[in-house]
Design a protein around this ligand. Structure first.
Ligand code: ATP
Ligand code: FE
Length: 354
């Protein structure tokens, strides 16, 4: 099977071609990602109208580039997989409309993919791991534990009740005058900071279950910064490093503690691995701690390459392949969904529910 994947649910316009021979290792023939950071920079966040227009203007070109890079024409494509949600509806619709057009014109199957399922199934594309496995999705917009039981079977075990960790890294960077995206800049500062000088809260650790909270952290950080400013008129380079280190350690400990709890909760289902996805999974301190947790449970730690951990279309094409292998194509009139919890039923089975 060779699939074209399309992803337009946030601020990346992406298209990819993935080929998966029956029984063989899947191969990413191309994966084009055109970001929009510069377009939204001045507004301090993604502006839905600007994102939608940019996707509409750029998507044709990105798809053409993915096909060209793969050396495959549309005649070499067996189906088109497209993110149908969750996300910013204007962008999602751009992708869905193009996918409908392409498949209708060529009489090809269309596969609607949940963006989060794309992230959750990526470790099978990169590392070929077997179901079930525990996935920790940590990005700028998401933070949740999923037990991935099958290509269409996900059990959510808990997640953030407020901010996502990536968002917290980004806000921390902003508060401390560091460049965006905040994750890499805070990590770099933290590397030469003292993580024990400032003790930031680890919310919900005493509460049962796998829910997490990160919004109190930025308030605490803001307070610590302002206290330093009030005390001596500003913060030094070392203050900033120590603040970053303390912040990063707090996030790391929350994620590690809750990961251990999630692994314990699913132990009787015999997961094969802990896998991560999302931009925050790039953080070396967080990775190292999660590896330690895995070692304690005797499980492998799977972290796909960063370009496949962040938003991309190869994961959408792959999720499409997994769904097609289960016989799950999608009726042409399926809706685009701004909200779409993963543990809710996907669009109806081929030939039913219409
Ligand atoms: P989503 O895909 O969930 O809608 P998103 O597009 O913001 O959200 P990603 O592209 O997966 O998420 O990841 C971006 C986030 O990852 C940013 O918040 C960024 O600060 C964070 N991030 C990137 N590198 C690091 C790092 N080294 N340490 C911590 N966070 C990081
Ligand atoms: Fe994403």
């Amino acid at each position: 099977l060779t699939l074209l994947g399309i992803e337009t649910s946030c601020d990346d316009t992406a298209a990819a071609v993935v080929r998966a021979p029956a029984g063989g290792r899947p191969e990413i023939l191309s994966s084009e990602v055109l970001g929009q950071t510069a377009l939204h920079e001045a507004y301090g966040g993604v502006v839905p109208e600007i994102a939608a227009r940019a996707h509409a203007e750029r998507l044709d070109g990105v798809v053409a580039a993915a096909l060209a890079q793969a050396g495959v024409g549309l005649e070499g494509i067996d189906a088109v997989a497209v993110t149908a949600g969750p996300g910013l509806i204007g962008g999602v619709l751009s992708g869905v409309m193009l996918a409908r057009g392409l498949t209708a014109a060529r009489g090809l199957p269309l596969v609607a993919v949940n963006h989060l399922a794309g992230h959750a199934l990526t470790p099978r594309l990169t590392d070929g791991i077997s179901f079930p496995y525990l996935m920790l999705l940590v990005s700028g917009g998401h933070c949740q534990f999923l037990l991935v039981k099958g290509a269409d079977s996900f059990q959510r075990l808990g997640g953030t009740i407020d901010d996502a960790p990536g968002e917290a890294f980004d806000k921390t960077a902003k508060l401390l005058g560091l460049p965006q995206p905040g994750g890499p800049s805070v990590e770099a500062e933290a590397a030469s900071g003292d993580p024990d000088r400032f003790r930031f809260p680890r919310p919900l650790l005493d509460r049962e279950g796998c829910d997490m909270s990160f919004s109190g952290l930025k308030t605490a950080l803001l307070r610590a910064r302002d206290a330093l400013v009030a005390e001596k008129g500003g913060i030094t380079v070392q203050d900033r490093r120590d603040l970053c280190a303390g912040f990063q350690l707090a996030v790391t400990e929350v994620l590690a503690t809750k990961t251990a709890r999630a692994l314990a909760a699913v132990a009787d289902q015999r997961p094969t691995a802990l896998a991560v996805a999302g931009g925050v999974a790039a953080n070396r301190a967080i990775r190292a701690r999660l590896e330690t947790v895995c070692a304690r449970f005797g499980l492998p730690f799977v972290a796909p390459p960063l370009r496949l951990c962040t938003d991309n279309a190869a994961m959408i094409a792959w999720a499409g392949i997994e769904r097609l292998r289960l016989g799950l194509a999608t009726p042409a009139d399926f809706p685009a969904r701004p909200r779409w919890p993963l543990d809710q039923a996907a669009p109806a089975l081929l030939g039913s529910g219409r």
